[in-house]
Write a protein of this length. Structure first.
Lengths: 134, 340
């Protein structure tokens, strides 16, 4: 029987927290041992959820790109160029599109529509990240 | 390696013109996040006998959260400017830029009596709840902010901090500052932060009056002696700017640990009444809401900077490694405050 990577990391985290850190006398290294335990737990969760999160992200960003293409058909060239960046289907590829939309104008209805839809995707993304962070 | 007490003894012997200075009761009180802080007694033979003075050493090891924005020379100058004002602050004696002499650039200032309970720990929360009941600290804490916001900053020479442009100049300058820290952090960023920055730039408020702004005025950043603020500490983020920037920090839920008391100690009504009466400045809650969003950006910038310091090997403290996930928490808060 072999352990999965997340389980291996979780057991290391538990050993650090319950067996190693309490035996460390000095405050600084003891805190470091506890911190290492916390970090290993988070990394374990990240590894465990990586495939599921990546699939969701790819699917949501692809759907967003399809929806935004007609919405932003008449947008300025810099916005349309930034939209093309969504060919790489990950959330970070939205980093160019958002400033371009703000640059186009906060009062522009199509920009507002696009931002609202983008925010749905960002909310889903940050919720997934929070599953690991907290 | 020369120990801190040996460095201090040699340095103070020179500064005080004393043959030999003994360093007693040396104690480091904080590590990691920002500057190192050491408390000690300097004891020496003076012309009339043995003299002693309680002092505080603050050193910049060069790996602080604020990176090059962390400027001890500026902090020293601010403290000197505040000496003849009503702002309770430590008296600073020496700024030493030469790392050879004290191990890092450093300030030596008076050790002010008082304690600084952490509002993030249970004992601290109980301390502030008790002080709120007794009623003296809420007034003293508010009065300290009033003193900061009513100081004649031009007269005190604080305009060296930089005076923002008219209109929305202050808010835009702050956004620029924190955007710079984000860039320096090397963090890949996140589109929520781009959204937040776009929103902040598009909605930057006009600042009707400029005051000295502390930038992090909360319990945990002030010393308290006998239920009164004996010194405002952490002069790292001060600017000339919009007083609502500090007021927003008072009002934010981020600085309350499950209590309605502002900054864990001041009843809201008391704060509004006493602050407005003391400063003559009307609290503008709309501007405060804007600045709370700006604090979400600043928090993200801090955590990105911290995570970056660990990632690039400048700081090996694992507490900084953990802040990678604090970035996520700050972004989630920003998304919520932006309404999604």
């Amino acid at each position: 029987m072999s352990l999965s990577s997340p389980e291996q990391l979780r057991r290391l985290a538990a050993a650090l927290k319950e067996e190693i850190a309490p035996e460390v006398g000095d405050e600084y290294p003891r805190t470091q041992a506890f911190m290492a335990s916390v970090i290993l737990q988070r990394v374990a969760r990240e590894v465990e959820l990586a495939d599921e999160h990546r699939d969701a992200e790819v699917s949501e960003v692809r759907a967003l790109a399809e929806e935004l293409t007609p919405v932003l058909r008449d947008a300025p060239p810099e916005v349309r160029l930034a939209l093309e960046g969504l060919d790489t289907p990950n959330v970070l590829s939205l980093r160019a599109l958002i400033p371009a939309l703000y640059g186009w104008g906060a009062d522009e209805p199509a920009a507002q529509t696009a931002l609202a839809r983008i925010r749905d995707v960002l909310r889903a993304d940050i919720d997934r990240r929070m599953e690991i962070a907290t | 390696m020369t120990t801190v007490d040996a460095l201090l003894a040699a340095y103070l012997s020179h500064q005080l013109g004393a043959k030999s200075v003994r360093i007693e009761n040396l104690k480091q009180i904080s590590v990691g996040w920002s500057h190192e802080t050491w408390l000690f007694d300097a004891v020496w033979e003076g012309p009339t006998g043995v003299e002693s003075r309680g002092l505080c050493l603050r050193r910049d090891p060069g790996n602080a959260l604020l990176r090059e924005m962390s400027d001890l020379a500026q902090q020293f100058r601010v403290l000197k400017c505040l000496e003849d004002t009503d702002v309770p602050a430590p008296v600073a004696h020496w700024f030493e830029p030469d790392s050879e002499l004290l191990g890092a650039p450093a300030i030596i200032m008076d050790r002010v009596p008082g304690e600084c309970p952490s509002p993030w720990r249970r004992a601290g929360r109980e301390y502030y709840a008790g002080a709120a009941e007794r009623g003296v600290l809420p007034r003293s804490f508010t009065d300290a902010l009033v003193a900061i916001h009513t100081v004649d900053w031009r007269g005190a020479g604080l305009d060296f901090l930089g005076v923002p442009g008219d209109g929305d100049g202050f808010a835009i300058r702050e956004i620029d500052t924190w955007e710079r820290l984000i860039e320096e952090s090397g963090h890949p960023g996140h589109p929520i932060l781009d959204d937040l920055i776009g929103h902040l730039r598009a909605n930057a408020p006009v600042t009707p009056e400029l005051t000295l702004v502390h930038g992090a005025f909360r319990t945990g950043n002030v010393l308290i002696d006998d239920d009164r603020v004996s010194a405002v500490l952490d002069w790292e983020l001060q600017v000339i700017g919009d007083p609502m920037y500090d007021v927003a920090y008072m009002l934010t839920e981020l600085n309350r640990e499950g209590t309605d008391l502002l900054s864990n100690v001041v009843p809201r009504e008391l704060f509004f009444e006493r602050y407005q009466e003391g400063t003559g400045i009307e609290i503008d809650e709309a501007r405060c809401s804007y600045f709370q969003l700006l604090y979400a950006m600043r928090s993200a910038a801090f955590w990105m900077s911290a995570a970056g310091l660990y990632a690039d090997g400048r700081n090996t403290d694992l507490r900084l490694a953990r802040t990678e996930w604090s970035v996520t928490v700050a972004l989630e808060r920003a998304a919520t405050e932006l309404g999604y």
